[in-house]
Design a protein around this ligand. Structure first.
Ligand SMILES: [Fe+2]
Length: 230
């Protein structure tokens, strides 16, 4: 979204697309909604207030991480007042969901330093773990967005290898479908509510379903996931 609710993003109106996701999301009736960043294009308070109001209409707990277009300091008061969680760990049944902030000011790419990775070291290795982070920890095969992925991703992967109960890493940022297993860990893109590209193309390429979200069903020690479209 942006300060102007009529603003266009890659030919789409984000507010209208958010509205189109309300009914599919309510039918899905999630136990938790995780917002994976780049919620606003201009980090305006107005846009965060509208996103808050939209998320409240899904009628479930909400968790969030910032994206490179966001400003954590602008989001925090709006979302905290609404009771949205920024983690760094959210409990979901037997699962521990770690919300990691990979964003840095004026930086379209991302990185997790040791301080940002610390929540992973404090998780219970006997329970399944899902990680949410804005930037993709492996290339998705799309040059336009892989050039601003997660730098030094080996740091995250080293921690994940020490955590055998890590089941998935889910990320926003890439505006496309993507799923790939790495060392037994599923890397799962969460497509965009605002505009999606056909997957694996060198430039952002229109033609993919928009708006879209990713659903998860978390079992005792396993999970399923797929795409939810309006
Ligand atoms: Fe992003």
């Amino acid at each position: 979204m942006a300060r102007d609710p009529a603003a266009s993003y890659r030919g789409w109106n984000a507010d209208a697309n958010f509205d189109r996701m309300i009914e599919p999301a309510r039918r899905w009736a999630p136990d938790l909604l995780v917002l994976t960043g780049d919620l606003s294009e201009d980090a305006s308070i107005e846009s965060y207030c509208r996103i808050r109001d939209w998320a409240c209409r899904i009628e479930c707990p909400v968790a969030w991480i910032p994206g490179n277009h966001d400003e954590r300091g602008a989001m925090l008061p709006v979302f905290e007042e609404a009771g949205f969680s920024s983690g760094p760990v959210v409990e979901a049944g037997s699962w521990q969901l770690a919300l990691l902030d990979s964003t840095w000011p004026d930086d379209p790419g991302g990185e997790l330093d040791e301080a940002r990775l610390k929540p992973l070291a404090e998780l219970d290795g006997g329970r399944p773990v899902g990680i949410f982070v804005h930037h993709q920890p492996i290339p998705v095969g799309a040059a336009w967005i892989d050039k601003v992925g997660m730098r030094s991703a080996g740091r995250l992967w080293a921690r994940v290898r020490e955590l055998p109960s890590a089941r998935f890493i889910a990320f926003g940022h890439v505006h496309q479908r993507f799923r790939q297993q790495v060392d037994g860990v599923e890397c799962l893109a969460c497509p965009s509510t605002a505009a999606n590209s056909l997957p694996g193309t060198p430039r952002f390429s229109a033609g993919e379903t928009t708006p879209m979200a990713r659903w998860f069903v978390l079992g005792e020690d396993n999970f399923r996931s797929g795409y939810l479209a309006a």
